[in-house]
Write a protein that binds this ligand. Structure first.
Ligand code: GRG
Length: 293
């Protein structure tokens, strides 16, 4: 019987071990190193690396081979959280249950820690001998596209521009699919690209990634209204305080929940072609809408 908890723990430990190994070599200035590793090892779920690994395994790969690329995704995610918490953006004091990076290291160092995590991610991603260069470049191009202006940064920009405006379906969809969905979807796609599966299988995983990316952010919107602060490691109600466009603000909690569930059903449907080998991805998709943190 497949056990999601054990599956996640094993892969999460492997990603953490890779990251610890990589950051065992300290660098100067010491404070930059401390600032980067403070947020990186603050207790994130490692969802994006685990998705890349699960996608790669669904395509028949051995997960240790993709650890550098999976770890790189976590660096990009962590950079985005550090910058998102800055006073000029969401101005948050608590993240992952701890004071935010700029509250500990100051704004300048938090900005630089984010910049450094973003660039180091590409160093780690490409500094791997397991995959043929052309495959690695294709996956890396995909990652850059998802993290940059046509992906996460574009979504974050629209999120900030939309603060205080009445919620509106197209803008809300744009924000969620770009700000959060793009990197989640890219994590799944990168697993498929590196495993070098035929286009129809890649496309199936692409559909899965797009749908769970949006479902994840809808679940996050719902948690911001209904979640337990202690388990989430942050204050709830912040979306409403900041006048953010969210699914609950436009559709209410029940319709938002139904939308997330429908997206996960469609996502799981797209994986039928893989049969049993997609079991971990299917379980992760279901966990995404049931999670409490
Ligand atoms: C600053 C360029 C830039 C982008 C920021 C990801 C993002 C874009 C903002 C984060 C704002 C936010 C809290 C969004 C909600 C969904 C989300 C991405 C939550 C954090 O991801 P988890 O739950 O966090 O995977 P952990 O801590 O487990 O890694």
């Amino acid at each position: 019987m497949f056990d999601l908890k054990t599956y996640i723990k094993e892969r999460r430990d492997a990603v953490d071990e890779f990251l610890r190994q990589h950051f065992s070599v300290r660098f100067q200035p010491e404070i930059l190193y401390e600032s980067m590793t403070y947020s990186l090892f603050a207790g994130g779920k490692r969802l994006r690396p685990i998705l890349a690994i699960a996608s790669y395994e669904t395509c028949g790969g051995e997960y240790r081979q993709i650890l550098p690329q999976a770890a790189a995704l976590e660096l990009i995610h962590t950079y985005s959280l550090i910058h998102d918490d800055l006073p000029a953006m969401d101005n948050d004091d608590i993240r992952r249950g701890k004071p935010t990076n700029h509250r500990v290291f100051g704004e300048a160092m938090a900005i630089l820690a984010g910049d450094a995590l973003l660039t180091e991610a590409f160093y780690i991603f490409l500094n791997s001998e397991h995959f043929p260069p052309e495959r690695l470049i294709e996956a890396c191009r995909h990652l850059a596209d998802a993290a940059g202006p046509r992906g996460m940064v574009g979504g974050q920009a629209e999120d900030i521009l939309s603060e205080g405006r009445p919620p509106e379906p197209d803008t809300l969809f744009f924000i969620h699919t770009h700000k959060t969905g793009a990197l989640i979807s890219a994590s799944v796609r990168i697993g498929a690209i590196l495993a070098d599966v035929p286009v129809h299988l890649r496309d199936a995983l692409g559909v899965f990634g797009d749908k769970i990316g949006l479902a994840f952010q809808i679940a996050d919107d719902i948690l911001d209204v209904t979640g337990e602060e202690e388990r989430m490691g942050k204050k709830k109600g912040s979306d409403q305080r900041k006048g953010k466009m969210t699914y609950p603000s436009l559709y209410g909690i029940d319709r938002s929940r139904a939308a997330a569930e429908e997206l996960v059903r469609e996502a799981v449907g797209a994986l039928r072609v893989f049969g049993e080998s997609a079991t971990p991805l299917v379980s992760i998709a279901q966990y995404i809408i049931q999670r409490v943190e």
